[in-house]
Design a protein around this ligand. Structure first.
Ligand SMILES: [Fe+2]
Length: 292
């Protein structure tokens, strides 16, 4: 019987788990325990797990899916990776401000996993914050200003930021004109928690405000969300696997340069349907997808 050891990384989110054997399929009792930990902690670090691409894909899917996943039936992409040294790589260079992946897509992303495939000493970290915690601790005055309001997200909002942008920020152009309108107080589809769903990388503006009204309000939210005491900085070690809930946890990274220590992270994404996620009937009626 697998005996997992669990250590919380921060009071509000994150756990480190050792004792897992990376062989699929996992025992159903282990899956239940891991799923419970993922739901509760939002981010799981498996030090020195060294999973192959199939196990990595399987584990991330199984953490958010109540059904039993057949590991052999999964589509596995060995070459989906973030790297500053490999030719085939996503988001290779530059700083990324805090975001959840694909915030502008109706078909979004429930969970992300990154495996430290090649990590040289001194490789830059990934930073995480809990946007469930951000909502729970949002000062009453700010909460009143955004409750019931919607934000518009797009594939790159860096040109909207009057602050929070420095020259090293990567402009990620997916060539998408699509925007998605979602409640700022977003109801998490799996946990039921409300999360504070805006980000400096991908939130264009708050609906109903012009830029000069929207931007200061967003900045006040960002000051709260990314205050130093809320940020968990994870320093990569080769062999580690990190899996997080993309709808409860945001991530960012400092500037990544081609001549920096090698940092190649194999990535998987678990799809989510964002519109269905809003369970309140008033939200369902007001979702819409629109372009520029
Ligand atoms: Fe990302």
């Amino acid at each position: 019987m697998t005996d997992l050891q669990v250590r919380n990384l921060r009071p509000e989110f994150g756990a480190e788990i050792t004792g897992l054997d990376p062989v699929a399929p996992l025992d159903p009792a282990v899956v239940r325990q891991l799923r419970g930990l993922f739901r509760e902690r939002g981010l799981l670090v498996f030090p020195n797990l060294n999973p192959d691409a199939r196990f990595q894909t399987y584990l991330a899917e199984q953490l958010v899916d109540e059904r039993t996943i057949d590991p052999d039936a999964l589509h596995v992409d060995e070459l989906h990776q973030v790297s500053n040294v490999e030719k085939i790589a996503a988001v290779p260079l530059g700083r990324l401000m805090f975001h959840s992946d694909t915030m502008w897509e109706e078909d979004g992303c429930k969970a992300i996993s990154l495996f430290g495939k090649v990590v040289e000493p001194g490789a830059i970290p990934t930073m995480f914050v809990s946007i469930a915690h951000a909502w729970n601790t949002l000062p009453e005055g700010l909460r009143a200003r955004v409750q019931g309001r919607f934000a518009i997200h797009c594939s790159d909002a860096t040109d909207q930021r009057d602050t929070y942008v420095s020259d090293d920020v990567m402009v990620v152009d997916f060539g998408s004109k699509q925007r998605l309108r979602l409640p700022i107080a977003y109801p998490h589809p799996r946990t039921g928690q409300t999360v504070l769903y805006v980000s400096p990388q991908l939130t264009h503006h708050i609906e109903g405000f012009d830029h000069h009204e929207s931007e200061p309000l967003l900045n006040a939210l960002f000051d709260h969300m990314y205050a130093e005491q809320n940020v968990f900085t994870y320093n990569w070690r080769q062999g580690d696997l990190v899996v997080w809930d993309n709808l409860a946890i945001q991530h960012a990274r400092p500037d990544l340069r081609a001549d920096a220590p090698a940092r190649t992270l194999r990535k998987t994404l678990v799809p989510a349907y964002m519109v269905e996620a809003a369970t309140a009937p008033t939200f369902k009626a007001t979702y819409k997808r629109f372009g520029d």
